[in-house]
Design a protein around this ligand. Structure first.
Ligand SMILES: [Zn+2]
Length: 332
């Protein structure tokens, strides 16, 4: 047996529950798997597909049968995937039609065929329609697995045809914290901070803990008042805008929480500069305002492939300044 979730232990229970639910049905099915890629969605779906195709599945794929070997060599004829871990454009109708045609054939090796659409939020209207027709009238034993970040990302008519699996971890999840400490070589306190910073997404938390550019971004966010606009643009000209915006969100929310709940800041232990900022008198409404602006900026950045980097940096600088200095003359 291969314990597919050893590498992502916080998904182990999700996997066992999903498998036991699937064991009760043998016919055609559609599954909607929801969760961020950084929770391990891609790896989870790979493991689930492996189990569905395995010739001797227990609670896990056996790892020894012909199907398992083909899968490990990425050459399984009964598995049909659209998309992967990398972001992609809209899924065109031709790809969906091809997938549906393959799914109608008798399986070559396994008991069933499995089709995976790794980014169901990228289906265009025609693709959605074609897929819906297939899911409405399921035939044979084929299983469609659709994946997306959130429930709202998928057309309501489509998701109502699917069994939903929601993947999640908690910022206090022992499994995720143990894993993070081991992988990043950090202590429990640091692991918890990174997991909070990463919205409870363990894979992102590991990236934050290991990537030195993230530490640099944090330092810049904490010393911005002594930086001119020019210095800010220079220092951040090659950074990931999404990471930068996210860190602003994390810090703003940390400050709000620290003041509203009168609790200690998650970041103060790691950044003495942050402690200094938190001791200033800042207005909560300005921070709330900034959080709203950051959210819309983030959506804007994540939905556009080509954006003027320095224009976004400039906008972000204003939002960040505005969060801490509420006077009219803040931008002079
Ligand atoms: Zn097997």
């Amino acid at each position: 047996m291969i314990n597919a979730m050893t590498s992502l232990p916080w998904l182990h229970d999700h996997f066992i529950q999903s498998v036991s639910a699937l064991k009760r049905f043998s016919g055609a099915q559609s599954i909607l798997c929801l969760g961020d890629l950084d929770i391990g969605r891609f790896e989870f779906i790979e493991a689930l597909s492996g189990w569905l195709l395995c010739e001797h599945p227990g609670d896990q794929m056996c790892g020894a049968c012909r199907s398992c070997h083909l899968l490990l060599n990425q050459a399984h004829p009964d598995l049909c995937c659209i998309g992967g871990v990398e972001p992609q454009g809209l899924v065109k109708i031709d790809s969906i039609r091809k997938m549906i045609a393959v799914m109608q054939k008798t399986p070559a090796v396994s008991q069933r065929r499995v089709a995976v659409i790794h980014a169901a939020n990228h289906l265009n209207q025609a693709s959605n329609h074609a897929l819906l027709k297939t899911l409405e009238e399921p035939e044979g034993t084929g299983i469609f697995i659709l994946a997306a970040d959130t429930f709202e990302d998928v057309l309501s008519t489509l998701r109502s045809r699917c069994r939903v699996i929601r993947l999640s971890a908690h910022f206090n999840s022992d499994q995720a914290l143990d894993w993070l400490q081991l992988k990043a070589g950090i202590n429990l306190e640091a692991a918890r901070s990174y997991l909070v910073m990463a919205d409870s997404l363990p894979l992102r938390a590991l990236y934050y803990a290991q990537d030195s550019s993230i530490q640099v971004l944090m330092e810049h966010l904490l010393i911005w008042p002594v930086m001119s606009g020019h210095a800010w643009n220079e220092a951040l000209k090659d950074c990931s805008l999404l990471d930068l915006i996210h860190l602003c969100q994390v810090l703003a929310l940390d400050a709000i929480k620290a003041q509203e709940l009168e609790c200690s800041s998650v970041w103060a232990t790691f950044h003495s500069n942050w402690m200094v900022w938190l001791s200033r008198s800042y207005r909560l409404n300005c921070l709330y305002h900034a959080v709203v602006h950051l959210k819309s900026l983030k959506q804007h950045v994540s939905s556009h492939v080509t954006l003027n980097h320095s224009a976004v940096l400039e906008r972000l600088r204003y939002i960040w300044l505005d969060a801490w200095i509420c006077e009219e003359n803040a931008f002079d």
